[in-house]
Ligand binder design. Structure first.
Ligand SMILES: Cc1cc2nc3c(=O)[nH]c(=O)nc-3n(C[C@H](O)[C@H](O)[C@H](O)COP(=O)(O)OP(=O)(O)OC[C@H]3O[C@@H](n4cnc5c(N)ncnc54)[C@H](O)[C@@H]3O)c2cc1C
Length: 378
């Protein structure tokens, strides 16, 4: 029995999105990979068709769907075997900050655009000197006379080139406690003093624009602060459960994609192809078993997350284990493909490159283990 119960409405949504991906995404992925960018028109098409920000309330143009719509949206886009259309980051990681913590005016101003794809979002925590340890943030936000002046720089920000709105974490330089010093601010593209870098040339995720962001005396109205001053660190921690759960899910979906592709390849190579040795069969069985285990764990966590339970510790376990598992699966599948697995014609070469980032972002796997070890009393 499947742990997750999808309704006919969920299934219809999946079919519509699959059809969209088949016609409007997959045929263009190679071009986006080459250009290191997904055109804005695709975000807008996604939005017009109701595939972005599915949890946003109806009053802001969303469909007010449950978390299973987010799961489906992630799964279907992931199956197109690219990572540029970072819709789950926009829909289910960044926009929820505005949904949960935004004032009524902020929600009115931004949420509708997030749903339509006219506003693409990013979240900027990481800095050249602050990755795993957010308390080391050096970007400052000084509030005075109804304005906030932000100074500092951010690095490795997903959607950095294409974003219209960034949730920025910055510190009050006068607050001695680093955890109480962080606040979150909404900064719009085009604000004087806010500059975007150019997209990095990365090992993988070629169609996704990851870049630096710079803030030099960047002035925004104080109304653009998300929630109370000094509440940023707690807000970031609260939202990490969903972020890590989605990355773990993504890892399992990618592993399954590689396994299915490899099995099809082996079965359809024709009679001249090398025989699949017993060892390769066993490797495939082991990979299939790991994927099943990962998926079962994730589905359980999805159910608990939907019930509003605190599963932060288990989500940390899932994030590290599933992202490592996906990388193990990639190695196995490429080994089995032999020399073909060294060529760009082999689709799982791209997956292999892309998933290398999964143990790093959303909190590194070492940090995930630190979180779990702490809960275990170490
Ligand atoms: C493709 C990509 C997209 C990203 N997108 C975003 C984004 O949209 N927004 C954003 O804010 N950031 C983003 N990041 C940044 C990401 O969150 C950081 O890379 C991550 O938090 C790790 O920080 P770091 O790279 O500075 O590594 P560091 O923190 O310097 O760590 C280096 C190594 O030391 C280990 N380490 C560090 N501290 C400990 C410890 N206490 N115990 C044990 N080991 C430790 C780490 O696990 C790692 O192996 C992205 C990164 C990548 C690669």
């Amino acid at each position: 029995m499947d742990l997750l119960s999808y309704t006919p409405a969920h299934e219809a949504f999946r079919m519509r999105l699959r059809e969209f991906c088949n016609t409007r995404v997959t045929p263009f992925v190679d071009e986006w990979e080459k250009n290191h960018l997904v055109p804005r028109s695709v975000w807008q098409e996604m939005g017009r068709n109701g595939f972005l920000c599915t949890s946003v309330p109806r009053e802001y143009g969303g469909m007010e769907g449950d978390f299973l719509y987010s799961v489906i949206a992630l799964e279907e886009v992931a199956r197109t075997n690219h990572y540029g259309l970072d819709a789950f980051l926009h829909s289910d990681i960044v926009t929820p900050y505005i949904q949960s913590y935004g004032s009524s005016d902020q929600k009115k101003k931004y949420l509708t655009g997030c749903v339509t794809g006219d506003i693409v979002t990013a979240i900027a925590m990481t800095e050249p000197g602050a990755g795993s340890d957010l308390s080391a943030l050096a970007s400052t936000a000084v509030e005075a006379d109804g304005e906030v002046v932000i100074n500092g720089s951010k690095t490795f920000i997903s959607n950095a080139v294409s974003c219209d709105l960034v949730v920025v974490a910055a510190k009050d330089p006068d607050e001695g406690n680093p955890y109480k010093a962080i606040s979150l601010y909404l900064v719009e593209d085009g604000t004087p003093g806010f500059k975007k870098g150019t997209a990095f040339k990365k090992l993988g995720l070629h169609s996704q624009d990851t870049a630096d962001l710079y803030f030099t005396n960047c002035r925004i109205p104080v109304e653009n602060r998300l929630g109370e001053k000094g509440s940023g660190f707690v807000k970031l921690m609260k939202k990490l459960q969903q972020e890590r759960l989605l990355v773990a899910l993504l890892a399992v979906v990618k592993a399954d994609f590689m396994l299915q592709w490899t099995m099809d390849y082996l079965k359809n190579r024709g009679s001249g192809a090398p025989v699949i040795e017993q060892a390769a069969k066993f490797s495939l069985v082991e990979t299939a078993t790991e994927i099943k285990l990962g998926r079962t764990f994730i589905d359980k966590l999805i159910m608990e997350h939907m019930r509003g339970e605190d599963v932060a510790i288990q989500t940390s376990m899932a994030k590290y284990w599933c992202s490592d598992m996906a990388n193990r699966s990639a190695n196995t599948c490429l080994d089995i493909c032999g020399d073909f697995g060294m060529t760009e014609k082999c689709p799982i070469v791209r997956t292999f490159r892309d998933i290398r980032a999964f143990p790093i972002f959303a909190g590194t796997n070492e940090i995930m283990k630190n979180i779990v070890a702490k809960q275990m009393g170490f």
